[in-house]
Design a protein around this ligand. Structure first.
Ligand code: LMR
Length: 400
């Protein structure tokens, strides 16, 4: 049956972990996948999560199917976190929300729903570069993918004029995917003033803003600041679609907890939209898993746990920021050719180093340091034990 099945390429991000696991060198470092590590390079389970696990254990809850759109307490609390309790559409019951299989699942609901029901051009504009999975998520359901300029190689910063020009030149009503904060892979975000300009432009062009928010709280350590773009667009009357993930900010990678939501015009429209969202979800996986959603709802809904989580997410963000400062200082100390200020100014899980694919390969071959081919490093993979080794190896690779 399967003799004609061709070998597929490794996943550009998760394939890096496989290569890392195969390497037997004791000094190996994995800066590929965006998953937080503590100061000893170990995966980190938040205290607030452990406490929520205890609470759930005591409750001896059943394992009945959730509704197709997920657990009600979870989607209410998750929406309040993203939009803010004072959000007008939230108070008016004009947000159609469904629990999702984390961020990827939310995006899959979004693209599935858009491909069937969007009456504008079925074209999604993605930033160049963007998270690799965005492309198959859109193309897989028949949406056309276009790019808008985002990264300026020369300044290792945002190409804001290019971005605006491309969004302006897109057919009216196009779907514009925006990373809400901590853009993956570049770690470069528009400023608040630039977000305001983008809101105006997107509104003038009647585009649909599709937000991917995978890092609320994780980027700056402040959940309100990281939600600025989403909340501002909503205040300005955009009927956004939002894909929300709890993988990074609660460290719930494998639990796959997230939401898909869409702002609509009325409660009646919400019911119609949700009836179709259910029809997108049902043949994909019937209904979502319960445990991650229960953990999130327990943390967001219990004041002491919520406060503890805020401290913990800030601690993770701050550790990453301190690694940025340290890496920058080391690269300068080592007289590494080039300008490295971007290591400090970039935000969130990743730093886009600007090194070439050949240098990436050299680091894997000679130093056993793994990262994605585009030169993106997960800052969370660095710690006091390996940062000097990494800086020296990077400096050597750059010097050639
Ligand atoms: C990443 O970009 O490394 C993460 O978002 C993990 C993933 O699924 O790709």
């Amino acid at each position: 049956f399967w003799s004609a099945v061709p070998q597929g390429p490794p996943d550009p991000i998760l394939g890096v972990t496989d290569a890392f696991k195969r390497d037997t060198n004791p000094n190996k470092v994995n800066l590929g996948v965006g998953a937080y590590r503590d100061e000893n390079g170990k995966p980190y389970v938040l205290e607030s999560v452990l406490k929520a696990e205890d609470i759930l254990h005591q409750k001896k809850l059943d394992k009945e199917y959730l509704p197709i759109t997920g657990a009600n307490d979870f989607i209410t609390l998750a929406s309040e976190l993203a939009y803010g309790k004072e959000s007008k559409p939230l108070q008016e019951g004009r947000i159609a929300v469904a629990q999702s299989i984390s961020g990827t699942g939310a995006l899959r609901i979004a693209t599935g729903f858009l491909s069937q029901f969007y009456n504008g051009p079925k074209v999604v504009y993605l930033p160049d570069p963007t998270w690799g999975n965005h492309v198959p998520l859109a193309e897989g359901v028949g949406l056309k993918v276009q790019r808008y300029r985002y990264f300026d190689k020369k300044t290792v910063g945002l190409d804001f004029n290019g971005m605006k020009e491309d969004i302006k030149n897109a057919d009216s009503g196009s779907i514009i995917l925006l990373h809400a904060c901590a853009q993956n892979p570049t770690g470069i975000d528009p400023t608040q003033e630039q977000w305001k300009e983008l809101s105006e432009l997107i509104k003038a062009k009647k585009h649909l803003a599709l937000f991917d928010m995978a890092y609320q709280g994780f980027a700056s350590g402040d959940i309100i600041r990281d939600a600025f773009a989403v909340r501002y667009f909503v205040e300005q009357g955009h009927q956004i679609i939002l894909c929300q993930s709890f993988a990074k900010n609660l460290g719930l990678y494998a639990e796959r907890a997230g939401t898909f939501s869409i702002i609509v015009s009325s409660t009646e429209e919400k019911e119609r939209v949700l009836s179709q969202v259910k029809r997108v979800i049902r043949p994909l996986y019937s209904s979502p898993p319960v445990h991650g959603a229960q953990l999130v709802a327990t943390i967001l809904g219990t004041p002491e746990l919520y406060e503890q989580w805020l401290t913990e997410v800030k601690k993770m963000a701050d550790r990453i920021i301190s690694m940025r400062d340290k890496l920058y200082d080391l690269l300068i100390e080592l007289k590494t050719p080039g300008e490295w200020g971007h290591i400090k100014s970039q935000i969130g899980m990743f730093s886009f180093t600007g090194i070439s694919p050949e240098q990436v390969q050299a680091l894997a071959d000679h130093a056993h340091i793994y990262m994605t081919k585009d030169g993106r490093i997960s800052m969370a993979g660095l710690n006091e034990h390996n940062i000097k080794y990494f800086a020296e190896s990077l400096s050597k690779a750059v010097k050639g």
